[in-house]
Every structure is written in structure tokens, then in C-alpha cells.
Unconditional design. Structure first.
Length: 258
């Protein structure tokens, strides 16, 4: 059996001492390979495009281009798993909106960094499984499109299974991936939400946010928030927030629930 490839990690911080501390802490962390460093946002973008790291340890406040600028510039090119490293907690909400997996404050505490990196290693593993599943799914569909109609190939503990679309409660986008939420757990697949939307036909499924599709039969109630936003509460207890550009869709769903 071949060894599991290490998680290739790029450190981005404008402070040399900060970069050195991250590298020192992670020197003996199993599964991590530090492939490089960058001290500016511009250098980070170049390094990400050239080396395609699995994990990005990214400072937010840097001269010129900050960490958020870096993520905007690489969107659509390469999207590594991101752990933000910053001296300020005021950016936390925005960081998670950018789909960062964790947010570590400076001065960095060793145990806190290791915990964040281990979560990131797990997420990278999920993505690798999703990449394999996506390749198998495309193969299945090319061999027999009729046989796989109404089902989506997903990775399971035993291998690959065909998931009936009716089992899906909702789907959320995670960068270059989508996560299917079902009664038996979640499945990650490398695909765009638009690709999945084309396979989850209305009126059974509805796109309620640029990052979310819901199974209409799974909706328990819809709660208004403010400025045209809503929260869709599913029968599982999960809450899915709608987007303003999908307001008309959600309002139409509300009428069906009355």
C-alpha cells in the first residue's frame, strides 16, 4: 500500500519571526510538508499558482495586498484549505465567509495551531477522496448514463456508492467542492454547485443561495430575517440561510408551506 502524500503547506506572513515560529512548530507535525514561504500578498499569489499547495497558513494584515486580497485573486485558479493567522479577532466573521477552516490568533499558541492544522489535514483528506469520487462518477456516467440517472456517485467508508438524489436534504458549496447532507451523513464531491443544480431538478430542489440548494421536501419552516433574507429550517434541524438574489424563490416556497 502506498504512503499517504503529505499535506503540502505554504506559509504567508510579512513577519520573518512569525514565519519561523510556524515552521518550527510544524517541523515535527505528522502529515505536513512545508513547501515554501511568502512575505507579501503578491508573492503569495505567485507561489500558490506555481506550487498549488494543499494548505495555506495565511496572515491577514500585510502591506499592500492583505490575506483577503490573496484569496480573491486565486479564486477560480486554485483553492487550498485556508487557516488564517492574525493578530486581530475583528476579521473572524469575514474569514469564515471566505470559507477558512480555522482562525488562529497571534501570538500563536502551539497547541492551538496544531489543532487547526490537524483539522486542515482532515479536510484535505476529504478533498482527495472527493477528487477520486468525482473521477469515478464521470467514468460511471460515461459508461451508462441511463443506469446512473437520479443518482450521484459519492465516496463512502467502503468505497464508492450511488447516492439517490431523493436522499439529499441540502447541498452546500465549499470552494471547488460541494457537500451533500443526508440523513446518514455528509459526502464531499469535487464539482461546482451549478453542475449539481443541473442534476437536481426543480420543483423537488431549489437554489436558495449562491452556495446552497435545498430539497423542498426537507423544509420544515422558513423564518424571515431582515432585508429580504430568510432562514430555512429543515426537518433535520439544519438551518440554511437564503441569499437576496434568490428572494423570489424562497417566497414562492413559503406559499407552498402555508
Amino acid at each position: 500500500m502506498s504512503a499517504i502524500p503529505p499535506v503540502r503547506t505554504l506559509i504567508v506572513d510579512d513577519e520573518p519571526l512569525a514565519r519561523r515560529r510556524l515552521r518550527t512548530i510544524l517541523a515535527d507535525e505528522p502529515g505536513i510538508e512545508i513547501i515554501g514561504e511568502a512575505s507579501t500578498g503578491r508573492a503569495a499569489v505567485t507561489a500558490i499558482v506555481e506550487t498549488r499547495p494543499d494548505l495555506l497558513l495565511l496572515d491577514i494584515q500585510m502591506p499592500g495586498q492583505d490575506g483577503f486580497d490573496v484569496l480573491r485573486q486565486i479564486a477560480g485558479v486554485h483553492q487550498p484549505v485556508v487557516v488564517f493567522i492574525t493578530a486581530h479577532d475583528k476579521h473572524a466573521i469575514r474569514a469564515f465567509e471566505m470559507q477558512a477552516i480555522d482562525y488562529v490568533l497571534k501570538p500563536v499558541i502551539e497547541d492551538r495551531l496544531r489543532a487547526a492544522v490537524r483539522r486542515a489535514i482532515q479536510r484535505v483528506g476529504e478533498r482527495r477522496h472527493a477528487d477520486l469520487t468525482g473521477a469515478i462518477a464521470r467514468l460511471l456516467e460515461s459508461v451508462d448514463r441511463g443506469r446512473t440517472a437520479g443518482r450521484i456517485a459519492v465516496k463512502t467508508e467502503r468505497g464508492v456508492a450511488l447516492l439517490p438524489v431523493g436522499d439529499i436534504h441540502w447541498v452546500e458549496a465549499e470552494g471547488d467542492y460541494v457537500r451533500f447532507h443526508t440523513a446518514k451523513g455528509a459526502h464531499l464531491l469535487r464539482a461546482t454547485l451549478s453542475e449539481i443544480e443541473s442534476r437536481l431538478e426543480a420543483p423537488r430542489f431549489a437554489r436558495v443561495h449562491r452556495s446552497a440548494i435545498v430539497n423542498v421536501e426537507s423544509i420544515r419552516e422558513i423564518q424571515p430575517l431582515f432585508k429580504g433574507d430568510y432562514v430555512l429550517v429543515l426537518k433535520t434541524g439544519a438551518e440554511v440561510r437564503s441569499g437576496r438574489s434568490h428572494r423570489a424563490t424562497v417566497q414562492a416556497l413559503m406559499r407552498t408551506l402555508v
